[in-house]
Design a binder for this molecule. Structure first.
Ligand code: C5P
Length: 298
């Protein structure tokens, strides 16, 4: 018997970053949108905790206890007082270290899969607590849809969202999230970093489903830091807007770049132009909001 959970990637339509807190994390106002790029995590009974991974970037996914899927199984088993005797197989489609919460997604998926496999029926609020221990973006991977994340991003309030079409450009290699926050600190040193706040105009645009309104309000405070570490991303952003994207931004901490487009037809055109531009490794077309981590029927 095994359990498979499907889990979405995310893009931040707003990522407002405040000053570093005493614990080293940054206060955020983080508007998450789940998009239809999915990983699948399958949990199968096994003698010991093991992780395998398949997919184009599988060789860049750690298979040890640093993998958030493995940590999720360990935390849940510890809480239930049982052994994490499970094999976790990750079918990876979300870009690795790409700013789309791929590792967080696998953590949320493994948690839900193990909970079902072990018949624990852990209350949702406790699952969300475990997610927050795993990482700032993990609770959103469980919940999906669209939500405002405050605190370090883990305190979620659902928000309304119409349907939006996106193209994502996958860059060569990844960017380390701590390195990007560190660069944010370096770039903002000596300036007064305002309290992060969700933009009312952005939330209204998101709810309206109007891509022009959303395009005018997309904002990522980590973008200058990601561009500082990866200047070539500016060429990718320009290639997408040159091809007719309504707006372009770095996804989360990058280096994946996100392009908001009017419809599926525009998505195909922008994706083709990005591929032809030679400024990215691959493109992916997706839409959002997408549902959060979901157990697939056996
Ligand atoms: O929460 P998570 O483990 O995903 O965070 C990874 C790293 O990203 C943190 O160690 C920290 O360096 C940075 N981070 C931050 N502020 C946040 C979220 C993450 O500085 N709100």
């Amino acid at each position: 018997m095994s359990v498979t959970v499907r889990v979405p990637a995310k893009v931040n339509v707003q990522l407002a970053v405040g000053a570093a807190r005493p614990d080293g994390f940054h206060a955020l106002a983080n508007v998450f949108l789940a998009v239809s790029l999915f990983d699948e995590v399958t949990a199968t009974p096994a003698a010991t905790l093991t992780v395998t991974c398949e997919g184009p970037d599988a060789d860049r996914v750690p298979l040890d206890r640093t993998n958030l899927a493995a940590r999720a199984a360990e935390l849940l088993a510890e809480r239930a007082g049982i052994e994490p005797a499970v094999h976790l197989h990750i079918a990876k489609s979300i870009p690795v270290a790409g700013g789309m919460a791929g590792g967080s997604a696998d953590g949320a998926a493994a948690l839900l899969a193990c909970d079902a496999l072990w018949g624990l029926n852990t209350p949702r609020a406790e699952l969300l607590d475990i997610c927050a221990v795993l990482g700032s973006d993990v609770p959103f991977s469980l919940v999906g849809g669209a939500a405002l994340g405050t605190g370090r991003g883990e305190l979620l309030t659902p928000v309304e969202a119409g349907a939006f079409h996106w193209v994502f450009a996958v860059a060569d290699g990844g960017l380390s999230t701590p390195a990007v926050f560190h660069e944010f600190d370096r770039l903002t040193a000596g300036t007064a970093v305002p309290e992060p706040e969700a933009s009312p105009a952005l939330l209204a645009a998101l709810a309206s489903g109007d891509p022009d309104a959303l395009a005018a309000t997309l904002a990522n405070d980590l973008q200058p830091a990601a561009l500082s570490l990866r200047p070539a991303l500016a060429d990718t952003l320009a290639a997408g807007t040159g091809a007719g994207a309504l707006a372009a931004l770095v996804s989360g901490s990058g280096p994946t770049t996100a392009f908001l487009v009017r419809d599926e037809e525009a998505a195909a055109k922008v994706a083709a132009a990005l591929e032809a531009s030679g400024t990215c490794r691959a493109t992916r077309v997706a839409s959002g909001p997408a549902p959060g981590a979901t157990v697939l029927p056996a």
